[in-house]
Design a protein around this ligand. Sequence first.
Ligand code: GDP
Length: 490
Amino acid sequence: MQALGLGSAKSTKTETVANGASPSDQAAPSVIQKPVEPLAKIPASKRINVLEEYAKRSMGKPLTTICIIGHVDSGKSTIVGHLMYQLGEINHRTMHKYERDSQKIGKGSFAFAWVMDETEEERARGITMDIATNGFETEHHKFTVLDAPGHRDFIPNMISGTAQADAAVLVADATTGSFEAGFDAHGQTKEHALLARSLGVQQLVIAVNKLDAMNWDQARFEEIVQRLTAFLVQAGFRKNKLTFVPVSGLTGENLTSRSTMAELTAWYKGPSLLEAIDAFETPTRLVDRPFRMGVTDFFKGGIGSSGGVSVAGSIDSGHLQVGEQVMVVPGNEIGAVKAMQVNDEVVNWGVAGDSILMTLSNLDILNLSNGCVLCSPQHPVPVTSSFIAQIVVFDIKVPITSGFSVVLHHQSADEPAIISKLLMTLDKSTGEMIKKNPRHLSKGATAKVRINMPLRPIPLETFKDNKNLGRVMLRREGETVAAGIVTEVT
Ligand code: GDP
């Protein structure tokens, strides 16, 4: 977290008791509440030793989640669609159907993009609006792909996608003028890369796309590599964690196998896009910590035909099995896991890092809300309306002063918030204090601030305790003004 000046910064851990207890908890103080044993309802003979099973599974390929980021129309969906097609993940019939449908509305070249873009509205507009999940397998990994939207209005969706990712593929459109539009002032190439970095993504493959339309011009590729490297290193990425790959999502060149085309082999000897992605390292999972899962989606009805409510998200820490009890925070309601799926496969357990869809029983859908967290009833997540964060300030026009109102994005929730106190500015690289109680924060500053949520408390943990629940993003009037990590929950 170099961009946040976390090199040597110390964070303080504060224990907070979850509030927002349900009415029944408060009603009878004389009754001693025993902590709920989450596995109590599963007969001992049927309990799964998840850590043992996980150790067995890890002998195979690790599950790694990647997100695809970049400016709108840079070719994200085309690349992923074509890559999955080449890998045999999509059959010809489906592809033909996509092609026919897209020609019908006069958008023939979108055929590959349609593999990822699922809703009618997205098809008509040719824009990926929400996070579409899909997967593929390589020599070393099983990947879940989150295809993040590129349109400016959809950045909040991108935040929840990126917050789940272990690594990212940044797509840059190399065509004349387009790279510049995506990279300069209002383009999203920079903002996406900054967001990804602030949300903890450290590994990045950059697909320099549409080089077919540039006659595979080496000079153009080098120019983009140079400009992006300078920016990404400044944003806090390590140079040796960046891999640039020249590709064409449309023709499929250099996607899954190294190109043999003379125009490219004349100057490029590096990996194909898939080889570069396969080289991603899977981060260490917090499997032996209390169970936590940020909810990214929920709906009525269960997996298959069973009833209940279904909840999607990726497990931040710990593990879970069918039959186990989970607590929803805020609200402290308890439900039981009836069924589970990872990557469309029915499973009976999951661990940190898995993207999960699960059905819960004994729970009303009204108990779920955007941004709520499922956790172990014995170790609930603290709920707070005030915390201290270490933030990095983005490209902003008006400096941040105390009392500055923002929209706080945390996991997939957004909540009105106020930067109530500017505590200190910090040195980016050493994390040491530069100035106490500064009067304002201008662009590029790293600082510690206090943030209050006047309307509703949210479930939160320090970054040290939980990387996913400990990250926040601050936006105002549709633009990201800062991103950071939680250092203290009060
Ligand atoms: P997204 O918004 O980033 O997902 O972009 P899309 O995948 O929807 O692509 C936007 C447009 O660029 C579509 O018309 C594609 O056909 C076109 N496109 C994508 N990749 C390439 C490429 O490698 N070469 C060329 N010439 N066009 C491409």
